[in-house]
Ligand binder design. Structure first.
Ligand SMILES: [Zn+2]
Length: 278
């Protein structure tokens, strides 16, 4: 029986877990660590139905995304991807310190892989006012002083472990964050917490989950498709050990390191790293 958008949307919206970071801004947890608004979930259902009806050879085989005009979706100022770590939103100083250090280490892995630079604006960590005052308009460059592109913060949820965002054109202020949820701080977390951040920063750079690649075995059933194949771009061959691969069906890793294939894909989008990268 053909799947219709309304049925799928109703099923997803009633079955998916939700989190509410701010009143009036509910987000559905999709594909483990992507957070979608209700309107975005409807587009997701529409894309899923369209994708299912496409001939097999046109189905997704992608790690990056592209726009309707064919241009690739990526960071617009990749040498200045700025963030601050909102100290007052952490429940302890130790957690804040852990987040700062893990962000630095994760960012450094990408800086060594391709020509990007993450800038931690430490002076803004102590800003306790409105979040929106910290964030500049999307894509503006050079960015205004005392603003950042995204914030890193602790969140009170048990799921997901962490969440990032994709650098899509219509990203709202409210979604420009990396959320570190409660499991990320736990001593018994089975994943490397720095690896989790390498993965989230991969999303921030524009990379999708590796297991949606057309050549991946169909064994991670909950992982599916956010955009249609028309909006994706095959950067590399399928890599079961990719930092962007979930830990499922004997693929993925708990350390979430960047592989040679990840580096190759990152360089296709951003070019080779500069000699100065740490
Ligand atoms: Zn992810």
């Amino acid at each position: 029986m053909p799947l219709d958008v309304a049925t799928l949307f109703n099923k997803l919206s009633s079955g998916l877990e939700k989190i509410t970071l701010e009143e009036g801004h509910e987000r559905y947890i999709v594909e483990e660590d992507l957070l979608l608004s209700r309107a975005q979930l409807r587009s997701y259902a529409r894309a899923y139905v369209k994708e299912r009806s496409a001939p097999r050879e046109e189905r997704i085989k992608a790690v990056a995304m592209r726009r309707e005009d064919g241009s690739l979706i990526k960071q617009r100022d990749p040498r200045d991807i700025s963030y601050c770590v909102r100290r007052h939103l952490f429940t302890s100083h130790a957690r804040y310190v852990k987040a700062v250090s893990a962000m630095r280490e994760a960012a450094s892995a990408w800086e060594r892989a391709c020509d990007v630079r993450f800038v931690h604006e430490r002076s803004l960590d102590s800003h306790e006012g409105e979040r929106d005052a910290l964030l500049h308009a999307w894509g503006v460059k050079p960015r205004p002083a005392n603003t950042v592109q995204f914030v890193v913060r602790e969140a009170p949820f048990q799921r997901p472990i962490a969440a990032g965002f994709l650098p899509v054109d219509d990203i709202g202020l409210i979604d420009r964050h990396i959320l570190l949820c409660q499991p990320w701080f736990a001593d018994d977390l089975i994943f490397d917490p720095v690896g989790i951040l390498r993965h989230e920063l991969g999303h921030v750079l524009g990379f999708r989950h590796e297991q949606i690649h057309g050549d991946a075995p169909p064994a991670c059933p909950r992982e599916h498709i956010l955009y249609t194949s028309a909006r994706t771009y095959p950067l590399t061959a399928y890599d079961p050990k990719s930092v962007m691969h979930y830990y499922c069906a004997e693929s993925g890793t708990r350390s979430l390191q960047l592989t040679e294939v990840d580096r190759l894909g990152a360089q296709k989008l951003y070019g080779p790293p500069r000699a100065s990268a740490r």
